[in-house]
Structures are given as C-alpha cells and as structure tokens.
Design a protein around this ligand. Structure first.
Ligand SMILES: [Cu+2]
Length: 498
C-alpha cells in the first residue's frame, strides 16, 4: 500500500520543469526500463477533426470500412512514436449512422497480431459486439452487421482483445460512432467540425525513445501520463465561428479521470451523457468523466474572445491519496478562439429528449457486484464461465460498489442504464440520463437499472467490467448471457474457434 504515498507525478514534474527535457525518476529508477520524458513545449496547432468515415449503401445496408494498422507520430524530436490507428496512423474516422439503419463494418486487421473492435455503448447482438469473443486475427477481416436501434448519442469504438485492451487502445486504436435520430430537437449545434466538435482526450507517457510507455508501476490504476493529446494533437486550438459550440467530449484514456471545465469557470450546458440527450440541459461549471465516459456540452462565446477548456482537480471520492491517482493534476485541453463576428446560434432547447424512466417496481430482482483488486465478486474473468444469466424482456437493478481505496468504474455492454440512486439518494442531474459507464467512488453504493429487450444467445456472452483498462486486462470483468424465458442455462461458454 506504500504506492499510495508516492508524490503525484505532477509534483515531481513541477520540480523538474525548469531543467527542461528530463527523465522522470520516481520508483522506476534502476529497473532498466525507460522513463517518462516531459516533452518540450509544443507550438499550438489547429485541432485535427477526425474525418467522417465514407460509407456506401449495399442492399439497404450502410457499409463502412475500417482497417487497423500501425503508424507513427512525431512527439519527441528525432524519435518517431510507434502508434496504431484505423484508416490512418492514430485514432480513426468518425462513423455516423441513423436510428433505423442497418450498418455493416468491414474491419480489416492489418496489425501483426489479433485485435477486436467493440462498439462501446451500442445496443446490438452479442456476436457483433466486438468483445473478447470476437477476435480478428492478423490479416483477417470481420464484418459485423446490425440495426441501429437507440437514441442519438456519441458512442465510440475501440479494441477489446482479452488481456491486451490497454495496450491496443493506448497505441491509438479508437474512434467515435455518432448515432443520429429523428427526435433530436432543432436548435442544437450540429454541423460536424464547425459548431459540433469531437474532442477525444488521452494522456500519454512518452518514453525516452519516443514510444508510449505502458508503465503502470506508479500507482494501482494504470497509466497516468503527463502528455495530453486531443484528437491526437498537443496544445490544440479551435476557431469558433458561431455563438454556441457543441463539444462531444470522450475520455479515451486508459486510467485517468478528468474534470472538464473552462478556465474562467463559465457555465456550460450539459446536453448529453453516454447514451444520448438528457431530458433537459443541465447547467454546470465542470463535468467529471472517467475512462470511456462521454459528455456533450454547449458553450456560449462572445465575439473575439478566447477561452481555455481545462481539466482541473477532480473529486475521486474516498480514495486513499487523490494525488496518486491524478486527482490533483491539471491540464490545458483545448483553446477556443472566437472569431470577431459569430454566426448567431439559437438558445439550447429547454426540452431535449423524452427518457422513459425505468421503474424499480418493475425489476425482476437485484444483482450485487463488488469490485475489488482485479476481481468482481471475488472472481477473475474467465472466458468460459457464465457469471450472470439475464432473461430477455426483463428489467433489472444492479447494485455496484467499489470496495478499494482507489478508483474503479463500471461499464455494461449491450444496454444503456439509468442511475437509480447513490447511497440511497437521487443521483446528481448530470447522471440523470442514459449511461453505459459510471465512475465508482470508493465505498458508495450505486444502483443502476436497465432493460434487456432482445438479442438472446446461449453461446455468446456480453461483458461487464471496470473500464480502467489495466484492471480490465488483469481480470476485473465478468460475462452475462441473455436467454429466452425458460431456456436452459448452458454449463459454460464454448472456446472461440479462432
Ligand atoms: Cu478498476
């Protein structure tokens, strides 16, 4: 437990800043591994906007092509950083489709090892989910197809190969999947890359030879890097041309939890959480996002002004030493530069979505999930074991708690859930919408409710897990199957025939 008492990386950094490009030492000294370097100040650069993926319609199905492949990027002069991305060297294009469309994605694996692509937040059959049971071997192509059948939302995709997710995501394999629907109210900023802007945030540890380090020795939770990349760029700015701009924030980090807000503490409107629009906008000055969570926010600007989106000190709950888990780290994220004249934007609508509240009285029962160390309910992930059996058509309440003095979060595949209560109290308004991932403050009791409408399989399970990827890879994951009423429960999950 002595790890908890190490000074924060930022405190170490602060002491070294004046010496310029210097290796960090800390607990790594003498172990023969590369140290994290602090990169020289980067010139500010225009925010790269991930391109919208090309698609074509074949027999009524919208078809996308994604190819996972290796690449490089330039961060440390003279030392190209090995990366990986979809259809490019880092991150991937934004897939976009509408509710009611059938989609198919041709996923080509051009890496020299197996990977997978999970559609995070998507409601779809388990065979199409892209989890550890759908590996794509090196050189192979996988073609999942499904019907988009959920509200408009900012979802994302990333690899989910068993035990290797942290490394693959850290290399840059991730992208957005934006779902549209007919019910989105008029008046929200919606021009992609103009007043509707993806903001994919990742922290990296850059090593002495330029590579992204997978050093998780400094704490219990994983990689906490001092280099921030936003859509793959350091120190970016975005030129705002309208009075209001919508930012689609994705925490694509492997371990770090952020607290996003503006340097002048101005209020913004939170309009959507993981699974789609909130019932009505929530005025906030900051929003906490743990790994894999998303938030859509709308901020208003005055002509000619410049404001900085930052991540400041984050409330992690009853963790042992917040600084050891990044709780006191601060980052500039994205500078917004408003033009001298701004196109007028309508005010954010007061009503955004109709969310059917699931009722605890309708729930079939209560399941208990205790997250501790690298286990859920004292069990490490086993690809062959069925941990939970859900009956199709049922509504369930899951009670989830983190019993460690350090951060975990909880992600459920297949469904979006609603937060019923935290320690018996109503959740805060920012957790009032649809969620697929929730931060677990230590020792608090989270009750979430969800409905399993369709997609049964006795052979292919869905996952639930901590989305701190070190924890997930080390076994903090379980499997559930959705079965027909009365369908016999199989003894286990057959081995994947790859
Ligand atoms: Cu965890």
């Amino acid at each position: 437990m002595s790890d908890f008492h190490r000074p924060s990386r930022r405190a170490v950094l602060g002491g070294l800043t004046s010496l310029g490009l210097l290796a960090l030492t800390g607990s790594l000294a003498g172990c023969g591994r590369q140290n994290e370097v602090q990169l020289p100040a980067a010139p500010t650069a225009a925010l790269p906007i991930p391109p919208l993926a090309d698609s074509r319609v074949e027999d009524g199905v919208r078809v996308f092509d994604l190819a996972a492949r290796p690449g490089t990027m330039d961060l440390l002069p003279g030392f190209p950083t090995p990366t990986a991305g979809f259809n490019g060297p880092f991150l991937g294009p934004t897939l976009r489709a509408s509710r009611g469309e059938r989609v198919r994605v041709r996923v080509a694996n051009e890496l020299d090892e197996a990977t997978s692509v999970h559609w995070h937040g998507m409601h779809l059959p388990p065979e199409m989910d892209g989890g550890p049971h759908q590996p794509v071997a090196a050189g192979d192509t996988w073609e999942p197809e499904w019907l988009i059948d959920q509200p408009a939302a900012t979802l994302w995709y990333h690899p989910h190969p068993h035990g290797e997710t942290q490394r693959h995501v850290n290399l840059g394999l991730a992208g957005l999947f934006v779902v549209d629907d007919q019910d989105t109210p008029a008046g929200l900023p919606g021009e992609y890359g103009v007043d509707d802007v993806p903001v994919i945030v990742q922290d990296k540890m850059v090593g002495e030879e330029g590579g992204f380090l997978l050093d998780t020795s400094g704490n219990e939770i994983g990689i906490l890097g001092s280099t921030l990349l936003v859509n793959g760029a350091r120190n970016p700015f975005f030129e705002v041309s309208s009075q209001r701009v919508r930012l689609r924030l994705l925490n694509a980090s492997t371990a770090r939890t952020y607290n996003f807000g503006f340097a002048d503490s101005r209020e913004f409107a939170l309009i959507a959480s993981d699974g789609g629009l909130l019932a009505s906008p929530v005025p906030l000055a900051s929003i906490r996002l743990s790994p894999a969570e998303r938030a859509e926010i709308v901020v208003e600007m005055a002509p000619g002004e410049t404001i900085m989106l930052r991540s400041g000190r984050v409330e992690l709950g009853a963790v042992a030493v917040p600084a050891a888990f990044g709780g006191e780290d601060e980052f500039d994220v994205l500078e917004l530069r408003a033009a001298g004249e701004l196109a007028p934007s309508p005010p954010v609508p007061g009503t955004l979505a109709r969310i059917e509240r699931l009722r605890v009285e309708d729930a079939a029962g209560l399941r208990d999930f205790r997250l501790a160390d690298r286990k859920i309910n004292s069990k490490e992930m086993d690809m062959g074991r069925i941990d939970e059996v859900v009956r199709v058509g049922s509504t369930e309440v899951w009670e989830v708690r983190n019993t460690n003095p350090y951060p975990h979060n909880f992600h459920v595949h297949d469904v979006q859930f609603q937060v019923v209560s935290i320690d018996g109290q109503d959740p805060p308004p920012e957790l009032g919408g649809l969620k697929d991932t929730i931060y677990l403050e230590p020792r608090r009791v989270y009750r979430i409710i969800m409905r399993f409408e369709d997609y049964t399989s006795a052979k292919v399970p869905y996952m639930y897990h901590c989305h701190l990827l070190l924890h997930e890879d080390e076994g903090m994951m379980g499997q559930f199957v959705v079965l027909e009423d009365g369908e016999p429960v199989p003894a286990g999950i057959p081995a994947t025939d790859h």
